[in-house]
Write a protein that binds this ligand. Structure first.
Ligand code: SAJ
Length: 432
């Protein structure tokens, strides 16, 4: 039976290579929709947890645990050692950049080799990983043909369908957001569209693989540039004595403006990496990309400068200071701390031999129950992530535990006036 029919009748067996923050929800969603789904991942512990119906990460992701239980009849997780009998292979592995901001295609190529060793005539291979434009056409497809000895477009199909989800909204966005699908041929795009029409109610725009890869990397590069603009305006506002948050509110009253939020930095597995993928594939001619990345990557260092300024005002030698950092994750209400701005700040503190502790309500080993006890004898609280958990902080109580009352606010989280009335020295990014 042709692949189209298999998809229409939900008889297509689907292999998902990479059970991360995107791959796992997709695998569970497909299996909950009665597609026979095999999840493949290199991480033994992840496989073990999943097969005993436990989530290896993103435990707080709304709806994910239910999906895991709903999917048990049609889902199994395996290591990439066994042969896999599937009609559709979806590759969602990470695509890191190296120290020189060049794409590291090892994970996606090793996944493609595994796929090539398992595809058969009429298979559909989908690349959901965010790759540098031209990677699928010039690197992945040749690898698939080499290791499978099959010919693309006549014996198997390839499509690029980048994901557009973010933590705490994954299932909803997977099932409602529009997707762009780039096919190795128009037929390949059409076949992939058939599958995604079973997943999302959003529009499915068809194009070629290079355009699809470029859409994804431009989406995130443009977001990174916009955040960098907001961060740079925060630095300007500090020199003007203007509150950047008032500025942003008033600017955005213009219906044609949308200034994003300045903050303590830009983390995650997308924005710090995807712009470099685009830059690398276009001969590094961009001005915006490196400049924006530099501004955003410098924000944790700016937070550090606010810490030092505040300690100086209070005549505390940084070497004797005790800091408490609130938030390790890269964004609020999430347990993912890849490329986290806090890790950058901590690297600076370590180099300067400054004493610090980290609290994060969602991350093991940092989710200390009693924040006030943790704040005992602390001179300075640095809010790096606006987890909802921190809404319960009572600044009056906190001040009784602290040795010196300094707040460095990386996300405009606390009320500056209120903190000052309680005797805190308050410095916020863009609001000093
Ligand atoms: N951030 C700011 N200011 C802002 C927005 C974000 O400083 O105004 C920071 C966050 O604190 C975080 C980082 O930027 O450290 C990334 O935040 P994000 O909201 O972009 O979250 P991601 O990286 O998980 O998701 C982005 C998403 N893009 C949008 O929300 C428009 C998502 O849709 C993409 O699919 C995802 O990148 C991806 O996987 O590419």
């Amino acid at each position: 039976m042709g692949i189209e029919k298999l998809i229409k009748q939900k008889k297509a067996r689907i292999a998902i290579i990479g059970l991360g923050y995107v791959g796992l929800p997709l695998a569970l969603l497909l299996s909950s929709r009665k597609f026979e789904t095999i999840g493949i991942d290199r991480d033994k512990n992840k496989i073990k947890l999943l097969n005993s119906l436990k989530l290896p990460m993103a435990e707080k992701e709304p709806g994910l645990k239910d999906l895991l239980f709903k999917s048990k009849k049609h889902f199994k997780a395996i290591l990439p050692t066994a042969k896999v009998d599937a009609d559709i292979f979806i590759v969602i592995v990470n695509t890191p950049v190296d120290k020189l901001n060049k794409p590291n295609n090892e994970p996606v190529l090793s996944a493609s080799k595994f796929v090539a060793e398992n595809i058969k005539r009429n298979s559909l291979v989908i690349i959901e990983s965010t790759v540098a434009p031209m990677t699928t056409r010039d690197i992945i497809i040749p690898a698939l043909e080499k290791y499978s000895k099959l010919k693309v477009n006549s014996e198997f199909y390839v499509a690029v369908c980048p994901e557009r989800i973010r933590p705490n909204h994954v299932i909803k966005q997977l099932t409602t957001f529009s997707r762009v699908i780039g096919g190795s041929s128009p037929t390949a795009a059409q076949v992939a569209k058939l599958l995604y029409s079973k997943i999302t109610s959003g529009n499915l725009d068809l194009t070629d693989t290079v355009t699809a890869e470029t859409v994804k990397t431009v989406e995130n590069a443009s977001r990174d540039v916009q955040i960098a603009f907001a961060n740079e305006m925060a630095l300007l506002c500090e020199r003007l004595g203007v509150n950047v948050w008032d500025l942003r509110e008033f600017v955005n009253k213009d219906p044609f403006k949308n200034m994003l939020k300045p903050g303590a930095g830009v983390g995650g597995h997308c924005l710090p990496e995807d712009p470099w993928l685009l830059n690398a594939s276009t001969g590094n001619i961009s001005e915006f990309i490196p400049t924006s990345r530099k501004i955003n990557d410098n924000m944790p260092r700016h937070v550090f400068s606010l810490i030092i300024k505040s300690l100086n005002i209070k005549k505390i030698n940084p070497k004797n200071a005790k800091l408490l950092i609130l938030g390790l994750a890269y964004t609020e209400d999430c347990d993912d701390y890849r490329n986290s701005p806090t890790e950058k700040l901590v690297r600076i503190l370590k180099k300067k031999k400054i004493n610090y502790k980290i609290h994060d309500p969602l991350i093991k080993n940092y989710n200390f129950k009693n924040l006030y006890k943790l704040a005992k004898e602390i001179d300075c609280i640095i809010l790096m992530v606006s987890h909802s958990y921190y809404n319960n902080i009572n600044l009056t109580n906190l001040s009784h535990f602290m040795r010196t009352k300094i707040i460095i606010d990386g996300r405009n989280f606390f009320d500056k006036k209120k903190a000052q009335n309680l005797g805190y020295l308050y410095k916020g990014v863009g609001n000093v």
